[in-house]
Design a protein around this ligand. Structure first.
Ligand SMILES: Cc1ncc(COP(=O)(O)O)c(C=O)c1O
Length: 458
């Protein structure tokens, strides 16, 4: 869906408030493709450029303070510059940033993952979440000897050639520029609400693994029923298909043991990144030992040269990221961390829904755990509940696109003017956020709607 045009009133104020960012964007576009480093950071007319951050806040290059709901794209559940993580990182980086050898920090990191994530018997680290899902698919294909992967409409698993299929609406689009059709043919995409279709597809016998965001597509944008997850688990067990939970967002956020810990539904393999590496670049795959053992070297030359799963990667298990990671996971092992963030986010969702209710504006704020999304311009029959897991009656392609479509661009601009940085039409919280930040945000939302009403947008 195209971004909505923003009316001049809001744009004018935005350009004035963030004048240095406007200039920096013009400069950036001369050397940095599109002036950005991540598609998700694109916003019209220009993104805000940040100078520094601490706790729940970041300051742009004009000195404006913003309450941050991007939080390192979800990696900073402890807030910016958590003192314990930073102290550990300073010490580690003083010892060297890359040994090109094994080291204790990567072992401590793996031990923490095995301790916390129920499905983790063995772990292998990667440099990102995209690489983690890539490796998980390779391991599953090698283990099963089957070529295909089953994924779900609107579920995001990074930008690798395979799993980008069916990620954005229209989900059935055959067009993925740069991805060969042959690659796309090894990935099946289904809606995440029809177990019968999944069962039917599995009968073709070519599916090595099913991969899913256990939160629903794009961290609850497209809600998912727990019964569907449980049904998938049962089907996968019955058909001997590997079930992969992509816990890049939910890992250590939904509970210390991720979504699988929260729901008690245990996959065969788990992919992780973000919180895993404590705000530093890093990812990982964990899972059943018999599948992970595909990575092992054996006293068998034929295995090593023909059947072992290949996995190099310069930055795998980097000592600085490993140190940030195990320090962060050590803190996240305390369930009070997730409970605090969940409660605060419930307060935010409820407060924002009350604002919509009081103003009689169509729309909804929803989410689960410590994430939230907003959509404006849609009648939501069940909004009265205040704190919703799912807006009923809005099609999944609309929900998926809502972060950057419709009224969410002018809303993001209005919220920035009010001192709040949204992330893809919503956000993710941290222990650095306070009740005062939440109340400030609810008020900023109210004021933003006033601005949008003044521009005739709502
Ligand atoms: C569920 C999920 N999987 C995979 C990824 C890809 O991770 P990365 O951006 O580290 O490559 C993301 C990134 O947002 C994600 O949300």
């Amino acid at each position: 869906m195209a971004q909505a045009a923003v009316e001049p009133g809001l744009i004018g104020e935005y350009e004035e408030r963030f004048a240095s960012s406007k200039r920096m964007h013009e400069r950036a576009a001369q050397s940095l493709a599109g002036g950005i480093a991540h598609d998700g950071r694109f916003i019209k007319p220009f993104p805000i450029y940040v100078d520094h951050a601490t706790g729940a806040y970041k300051w742009d290059i004009d000195g404006n303070r913003l309450i941050d709901y991007a939080m390192g794209h979800g990696s900073l559940i402890l807030g910016h510059n958590n003192p314990e993580v930073m102290a550990a990182v300073h010490e580690a980086s003083g010892k060297g940033t890359h040994f090109g050898s094994g080291h204790e920090a990567e072992i401590e990191w793996a031990e923490k993952v095995v301790e916390l994530i129920p499905s983790a018997e063995l772990v292998r680290f990667t440099a990102s979440g995209t690489e983690a899902t890539l490796l998980a698919m390779r391991l599953a294909r090698a283990y099963s000897g089957k070529p295909s992967i089953l994924k779900f409409e609107g579920h995001f698993h990074g930008w690798n050639d395979y799993l980008i299929k069916g990620e954005k609406p229209p989900f059935e689009s055959p067009s993925n520029p740069g991805v060969p059709d042959e690659v796309g043919r090894t990935v099946a995409v289904l809606p995440a609400d029809d177990l019968g279709m999944v069962e039917e597809r599995l009968t073709q016998g070519d599916i090595a693994a099913i991969i899913i965001e256990p939160s629903g597509g794009s961290w609850t944008s497209i809600p998912l029923e727990i019964e569907f997850l449980q049904g998938l688990r049962d089907l996968a067990t019955r058909t001997n298909t590997i079930l992969i939970f992509d816990e890049v967002i939910t890992g250590f956020r939904w509970s210390p043991g991720g979504a699988q810990g929260r729901f008690g539904i245990i996959p065969d393999m788990t992919t992780m990144a973000k919180i895993l590496a404590g705000g530093f670049p890093g990812g990982g795959v964990a899972g059943r030992a018999d599948i992970m053992e595909g990575l092992l070297f054996k006293d068998d030359a034929a295995w090593n040269s023909n059947r072992k799963v290949i996995h190099p990667g310069t930055y795998n298990g980097n000592p600085v990221a490993a140190t940030a990671g195990y320090t962060c996971l050590g803190i996240c092992a305390n369930p009070e961390i997730q409970i605090y963030c969940d409660n605060l986010t419930a307060r935010l969702r409820a407060g924002m829904n009350t604002v919509l209710e009081n103003r009689g504006i169509d729309g909804c704020v929803w989410g689960e755990s410590s994430v939230w999304h907003v959509i404006l311009g849609y009648k939501v029959p069940n909004r009265a509940a205040g704190d919703l897991r799912a807006p009923e009656g809005i099609p999944s392609d609309v929900l998926k696109a809502s972060g950057k479509a419709g009224l969410n661009t002018p809303l993001a601009i209005a919220m920035a003017i009010e001192g709040v940085d949204l992330f893809n039409g919503g956000g993710l919280l941290s222990i650095a956020h306070t009740e005062e930040d939440i109340d400030f945000t609810i008020e900023a939302f109210d004021k933003s709607l006033t601005r949008m009403q003044a521009d005739g947008l709502v």
